[in-house]
Write a protein that binds this ligand. Structure first.
Ligand code: EPU
Length: 337
């Protein structure tokens, strides 16, 4: 076990911000994680567990211990006629797992292809895209409790999943580290093709494979979203706000072309924050080194050596103007650290 000092996190956050961790450690097994957590450094510092850093905004150096899982194996642990269960290490890159399942023609994860991040963080954040959320295929989440160093498994219902929410971001924030996630994949593929151009695939269902759906999802993402390898970003910066019927009706009357998703008929409606931001005049706008991505206004990018403050200031200015024009609060999906 090695704990590094004053370690640059530039490669550990997809905004590419050059911030430092006072201490930094990676672990390859649960035992190694326990050893690190039992050390004086871990006991005397605040802790932060990160994945690929694809949903984080470091507001400055982190004066504590950053932990990163390198638990990488993927193992089939159960199977029946309909489902296979895979146990996957928290440190496995999410899209590596999606690709692996597509190669085996097991369905469930294909709509979530190419989302940057690692398996452990995916289960904390409840990543979602194109009508699917990762909780739809989670069976259980294995963790280590920080206070007791005891292992605990949460069944999917115990994880209290919601839209980009889980118990690990909520009531139990900072109390458990995800070590493995168990997924259930379908052996007889069935697909969710409700989203935009994925609908086209539904016209020839007999030819469909998991890989074909995955390829279509990858094509949509590449067209709309910046690759963090080339342009620093953390995907959607804000969540799509959910509003009540009265607010929704008033908005739709004022803006009949407004896109929306029904969360619960006559109760809750989700308004795309990207639309609100674009209509507020922010598409492509820059502030310091930060900018609003020109193809998807929900994504803020590190355009030119942005500092954390450039991104924070831009996000605050956007929220304020959406609030002023539409009376709606939009809140970050990205976690400020
Ligand atoms: N729109 C605009 N202008 C924009 C962006 C979007 O008018 O600049 C409109 C689009 O025309 C469309 C609607 O807003 O009518 C929705 O846009 P899109 O389909 O791109 O999806 P989104 O609601 O903006 C969400 C997720 C994405 C996910 C897509 C597809 C959140 C916060 N974001 O975005 O997730 O890929 O749906 O399912 O829920 C992420 O979480 O990092 C992420 C990229």
């Amino acid at each position: 076990m090695e704990i590094k000092e004053n370690y640059s996190l530039k490669k550990h956050n997809t905004f590419g911000l050059d911030v430092k961790a006072r201490h930094f450690a990676e672990y390859y097994s649960v035992d190694e994680l326990k050893e690190i957590l039992a050390s004086d450094i871990a006991r005397n510092n605040k802790l932060l567990s990160i994945g690929m850093g694809s949903n984080l905004l470091f507001t400055g150096d982190f004066e504590g211990l950053v932990l990163h899982s390198k638990i990488k194996f993927i193992e089939k642990v159960a199977e029946d006629d309909d489902f296979v269960k895979y146990r996957v290490g928290a440190g496995v890159p999410w899209d590596y797992f999606c690709n692996y399942m597509a190669m085996l023609d097991y369905s469930g994860a294909e709509n979530l292809s190419l989302i940057p991040g690692e398996v452990g963080a995916a289960a904390v954040q409840n990543i979602g895209a194109y009508g699917v959320e990762v909780c739809d295929l989670i069976d259980s989440v294995e963790t280590l409790e920080l206070d007791t160093l005891k292992e605990k498994t949460f069944n999917v219902d115990d994880c209290r999943y919601g839209y980009r929410e889980s118990i690990f971001k909520g009531d139990l924030k900072g109390k458990y580290i995800v070590t493995f996630v168990n997924f259930l994949l379908k052996k007889n593929p069935s697909f969710n093709l409700e989203y935009g151009s994925l609908k086209d695939l539904a016209s020839s269902p007999e030819d469909l494979t998991v890989s074909k759906v995955r390829d279509a999802v990858i094509a949509i993402r590449k067209d709309k979203l910046p690759d963090p390898e080339n342009i620093g970003n953390a995907g959607s910066f804000f969540k799509n706000p959910v509003v009540d019927t009265a607010t929704f009706n008033a908005l739709l009357e004022a803006y009949p072309k407004m896109p929306y998703y029904v969360v619960e008929e006559d109760k809750q409606y989700k308004i795309p924050a990207g639309w609100l931001i674009e209509q507020s005049g922010w598409k492509g706008k820059e502030m310091g080194g930060a900018a609003v991505y020109e193809k998807q206004s929900l994504v803020l990018i590190n355009k030119n050596n942005a500092t954390a403050n450039d991104i924070i200031d831009l996000a605050a200015a956007i929220s304020a103007s959406v609030k002023e024009k539409y009376g709606i609060d939009i809140s970050p999906e990205v976690n400020y650290i």
